[in-house]
Write a protein that binds this ligand. Structure first.
Ligand code: AR6
Length: 167
């Protein structure tokens, strides 16, 4: 049985086989959690990201974790810029599904609250999309070796909302 866990803290220090980055389409770094991950992983991460050719919104690509020793791999997922359109949720859900697909063979994956910072997605809506998408993916993949899927909130307020969504 895979556990779905809420955790508050810095994803660059969270022990998990795979950590997910909230990237942009260039996959070449930025602010927020993307900036924190690139700073912690070091310049080798940017060098590998340059070989990836970017990604479309909803897509995800995997790299090594370099200086982030608490993880083995990083999945770079591109969340949607929140617009209020119905497609926002589909694109956000695609980030979670595609990241889980890439983590095949690992026992743990940790996500930040994709799109809820610079990209403006309301945390309550985004948390609901994350939780229902992860639960549906786990039901559809009973053979998955994943033991833990962790949703990481950075702030106290986000952690409260996220915990509620999981409960
Ligand atoms: N650990 C965990 N969560 C974090 C951390 C951290 N170290 N730092 C920030 N967060 P954002 P987005 C939370 O803006 O909205 C970048 O420039 C943060 O509080 O990082 O998907 C990219 O390059 C928020 O809840 O990502 C893109 O251009 C969540 O991570 C753009 O921002 C996501 O906030 C992506 O925007």
């Amino acid at each position: 049985m895979t556990q779905l866990i809420a955790h508050q803290g810095d994803i660059t220090r969270y022990p998990s086989d795979v950590i997910v980055n909230a990237a942009n389409s260039s996959l070449l770094g930025g602010g927020g959690v993307d900036g924190a991950i690139h700073r912690a992983a070091g310049p080798e991460l940017l060098a590998e990201c340059r070989t990836l050719g970017g990604a479309n919104t909803g897509e995800a690509k995997m790299t090594d974790a370099y200086g982030i020793t608490s993880a083995k791999k990083i999945v770079h997922a591109v969340g949607p810029v929140y617009s209020g359109a119905l497609t926002d949720a589909d694109l956000l859900a695609a980030c979670y599904r595609n990241s889980l697909d890439l983590a095949t063979g690992y026992t743990s994956i940790a996500f930040p609250a994709i799109s809820t910072g610079v990209y403006g997605y309301p945390i309550a809506e985004a948390s609901a999309v994350a939780v229902r998408t992860i639960r549906a993916w786990l039901e559809a993949h009973p053979e998955s070796p994943l033991e833990a899927v962790t949703l990481i909130a950075f702030s106290d307020a986000d952690f409260a909302v996220l915990s509620e969504a999981i409960a």
